[in-house]
Design a protein. Structure first.
Length: 179
């Protein structure tokens, strides 16, 4: 009889606790943004920031930020001009960054991932010319919670550092150093 009563009490406690646990874990993005870094050695990188809630306490969540990226690289001569030769290259392709973050005691994660612009590959400049990043653009930007199968799509983003077709000595300084 005592075993039967303890079993009933344990079952009742489990049934009462179950809805509280189930309702506490409802992963959803509260906010998400994307911005292009415009200065320094990271110029052209895409920074995807977000806040996700309903994750449960002390849960490790895996994320991927991704997009289709396009970057235009060019060579600038010592006179501050972009020679009208074939020393300009536009590269495109998928870009992404991944990371794992812990939710802590509040069941939320606020974090950022930095996605590098498409690589120039083997493109280089002749001696005496500077290698620059003229522009970047990203489309299909998304942040994905791979652990819970949630994702958020973000608006496209682009930035022109310098218009290589209309450079002047005053505007050439706006070009970003290539990676």
């Amino acid at each position: 009889m005592l075993t039967r009563n303890l079993s009933f009490i344990a079952l009742a406690a489990f049934v009462l606790i179950l809805p509280a646990v189930a309702s506490a874990q409802n992963p959803h993005f509260i906010s998400a943004t994307a911005a292009i870094t415009t200065t320094g050695t990271d110029a052209g990188d895409l920074v995807v920031s977000w806040k996700e809630a309903g994750l449960g306490n002390n849960v490790l969540v895996n994320y991927t930020a991704g997009a289709d990226g396009t970057a235009t690289y060019a060579c600038i001569n010592n006179g501050g001009n972009h020679p009208q030769a074939s020393n300009k290259e536009t590269v495109s392709g998928p870009v992404s960054a991944s990371g794992s973050f812990a939710s802590g005691m509040n069941g939320q994660i606020t974090a950022s991932l930095t996605v590098e612009e498409p690589s120039p590959g083997s493109f280089t400049c002749p001696g005496g010319q500077s290698f620059v990043l003229a522009s970047v653009s990203y489309s299909g930007i998304a942040i994905s919670d791979n652990t819970n199968g949630k994702s958020e799509t973000l608006p496209d983003a682009s930035h022109t550092f310098c218009d290589i077709n209309n450079l002047t000595k005053a505007t050439v300084k706006n070009c970003a150093p290539a990676p």
